[in-house]
Design a protein around this ligand. Structure first.
Ligand SMILES: Nc1ncnc2c1ncn2[C@@H]1O[C@H](COP(=O)(O)OP(=O)(O)OP(=O)(O)O)[C@@H](O)[C@H]1O
Ligand SMILES: [Mg+2]
Length: 376
């Protein structure tokens, strides 16, 4: 027997809904019930079970949501036990599906003003970190000039094939589906990328690949603000961009320029945040932190430009080694501070994307681009 007192009215689904309607998603600032995040309420005497459908499996605030739900439902008289089940459904960037439906819910470019700041390293580790939370993730190596993704993901020499003679199957590694020009052309063969050819290649890498239903497509960009950036933003309305920088002042000036580029009216890509890479070196023997390139610049520039700061990643020789060996540090040593930093940045990024999509006005739809027959 469940033994509630004589005068306690029975617990009902309506009471549970009422209680959960007082719990807000901490980032979207709306209640779980009106956001459609509560499903499958089962009341069995004093035992209440329900499912919370998060807007990303990489939700950084799951514990807080759980505590808030338990407190609200636990306050209903007669409730004795609560089971919270979890599910996730990543909201779609509706601009993406309205223009080119390649099966991708969200496309995020990882860019920088300057070369060598760690874009590819960040793109690879964020993609794998997101996949490790349970999200379905793709990785597009858009650096046609110097594709590094095959090495960093441990997939050198992989040859994509086509099942249906139309779309090519992406290569899969560390739970991520990926494509790179490095898989498709002879790496020893130099290619001079001219405008239209470059444009065509970018479109093919996007549209001719059988991505399946991806929650996130992470795009590793070449450095700077050039042709690839333009081709990509013309081919696909990007959900947003992540800007990578090192802490030095020279790098900062380039960051301002690349943020400004994404924010140009004709490009119109929201900047989802700044990542400061190579921020401090933790001496492995003493644990002492040395600020080799300075520190904190990423945060300052993010504040100046009014965009989120996603976090910093320390210099760790294991990050480079992981890249060279094809086992990203988030897989090779998930407890290392750099790996933890990538995981936290991935969560913050995923949360930012969800908030953006939930709040995105529906009328901001793109016109279909008639040139995109390739993606039919
Ligand atoms: N946090 C880090 N700690 C140690 N090494 C790092 C870190 N981040 C990146 N590296 C190393 O720095 C080098 C440059 O990184 P990466 O290739 O990711 O930069 P990039 O911005 O993509 O360069 P490019 O502009 O040439 O595409 C690589 O050898 C990489 O392993
Ligand atoms: Mg790179």
């Amino acid at each position: 027997m469940l033994g509630f007192g004589k005068h306690t009215p029975p617990v009902t689904e309506a009471l549970v809904i009422q209680a959960l309607a007082t719990v807000n998603d901490p980032e979207i600032h709306r209640d779980l019930v009106s956001l459609g995040m509560v499903r499958d309420i089962v009341v069995d005497g004093g035992h209440v079970a329900f499912t919370v459908v998060l807007t990303t499996p990489a939700c950084p605030l799951r514990n807080q949501i759980e505590d808030d739900c338990r407190r609200a439902v636990g306050a209903i008289p007669g409730v004795e036990a609560i089971t919270v089940n979890w599910d996730a459904q990543v909201p779609r960037d509706n601009r993406l599906t309205s223009r080119v439906d390649i099966g991708v819910r969200n496309a995020v470019a990882v860019g920088s003003g300057k070369g060598g700041v760690g874009k590819s390293t960040v793109a690879v580790n964020l993609a794998v970190a997101l996949a490790r939370t349970g999200a379905s993730v793709g990785l597009l190596d858009a650096d046609v000039y110097g594709p590094n993704v095959p090495i960093m993901m441990g997939a050198v020499g992989a040859k994509p094939f086509s099942r249906d003679g139309k779309k090519i199957e992406p290569i899969e590694a560390h739970g991520v589906k990926m494509i790179s020009i490095g898989f498709l052309v002879d790496p020893k063969q130099p290619i001079v990328w001219r405008g239209p050819m470059l444009h065509g290649a970018i479109r093919q890498l996007l549209g001719d690949v059988n991505w399946g239903d991806l929650d996130y497509l992470v795009i590793d960009m070449p450095p700077g603000t050039g042709d690839v950036q333009l081709s990509l933003t013309q081919a696909l309305p990007l959900t947003g961009a992540v800007i990578v920088t090192t802490p030095q002042a020279v790098s900062m000036a380039d960051v301002v320029k690349s943020i400004a580029m994404f924010q140009l009216e004709q490009i119109d890509v929201p900047v989802l945040g700044v990542v400061e890479n190579m921020s401090g070196f933790v001496a492995p023997d003493t644990g002492k932190v040395y600020d080799i390139f300075g520190r904190g610049g990423g945060q300052v520039v993010a504040e100046q430009m009014g965009v989120p700061f996603l976090g910093d990643v320390p210099i760790d020789p294991a990050v480079r080694a992981g890249g060279d060996a094809g086992t990203p540090i988030v897989v090779a040593d998930p407890d290392a501070p750099a790996a933890q930093a990538f995981a936290a940045i991935a969560q913050k990024l995923a949360a930012g994307i969800s908030v953006l999509n939930v709040n995105r006005p529906r009328e901001r739809m793109f016109q279909a681009d008639p040139d995109l027959a390739i993606m039919g």
